[in-house]
Design a protein around this ligand. Structure first.
Ligand code: KIV
Length: 259
């Protein structure tokens, strides 16, 4: 029987795009699950839900608790959990923490940020049967300075190509390419056999991911690649305003909504 992970490589071969979104709780996960191939419990929850200035402040405990909630809403998609900063500093620590996440959240795999430097850690995890997703380009856990796309210079291009090959060789089943220059993301996608998932990269990637709260209009994100598919903030405001009026006029709860 095909596993959810092996289905991804078939999607790459068949050029059927891979749909990914983030979720931090059951209710959202349940709705996304009907349409997505991958649901990521991203450590972006640090900035989106907790207003942290960096994802570095996200703890393993937070990731586990949110993932447990997400698990309840995911039936068919592949569920991946981000390993937060400082939880995979060496291969032994990484294996211990990844096993804990897999056991407690029942997710299908984990995601780590980083390229060649992580080769040893990732190789050790995959050898120990931990399904790993890679993440290169902009890596928010280690970002310094401005949020600038990657692959501008020849040096950066070479580095990212080497990073992607190294991740593939270490056994990751897919790689997130965050803000990688168009042509370079095409080149990487054509070079590696595993699927690439773009975020702010290009249509040439095998799949795309967005932070769900961004695409639903629940955040004030001004990032170039964020496309708002709905302005949920506006819908919420309208609903709350109606509720307020109903309460003020004593028209809620009417007989229909009372015992
Ligand atoms: O944390 C996150 O949500 C992510 C994705 C946006 C790729 O890493």
């Amino acid at each position: 029987m095909l596993t959810k992970i092996s289905r991804l490589s078939i999607q790459k071969k068949n050029k059927s795009k891979i749909v990914c979104l983030t979720a931090y709780s059951k209710n959202i996960a349940e709705e996304i699950d009907k349409y997505a191939d991958i649901i990521l419990v991203g450590d972006s929850l640090g900035s989106v839900l907790y207003n942290y200035d960096t994802t570095r402040k996200v703890s393993l405990k937070m990731m586990i608790e949110h993932s447990k909630s997400v698990r309840k809403g995911v039936k068919k998609s592949l569920m991946i959990v981000d390993m937060p900063f400082n939880t995979y500093k060496n291969k032994f620590q990484a294996l211990k923490n990844c096993k804990k996440v897999l056991k407690e959240t029942k997710c299908d795999g984990i995601k780590l940020e980083g390229g060649r430097k992580l080769n040893g850690v990732i190789r050790y995890l995959t050898m120990n049967k931990i399904p790993v997703m890679g993440h290169i380009g902009i890596t928010p856990q280690t970002i310094r300075g401005k949020y600038r796309y990657k692959g501008k210079t020849n040096l950066e291009k070479k580095k990212l190509i080497k990073d992607s090959k190294s991740l593939e060789e270490a056994g990751v089943f897919a790689i997130v390419l965050e803000c990688v220059e168009r042509k370079l993301s095409k080149q990487i996608t054509e070079t590696v056999k595993i699927p690439t998932i773009g975020i702010g990269s290009s249509k040439f990637c095998d799949g795309q991911i967005l932070v769900t709260d961004d695409m639903l209009g629940l955040t004030e994100s001004k990032i170039k690649f964020v496309k708002k598919y709905i302005d949920l903030k506006k819908n919420i405001r309208q609903a709350v305003k109606k509720f307020k009026l109903d309460v003020k006029k004593s028209s809620y709860p009417s007989i229909k909504y009372s015992y």
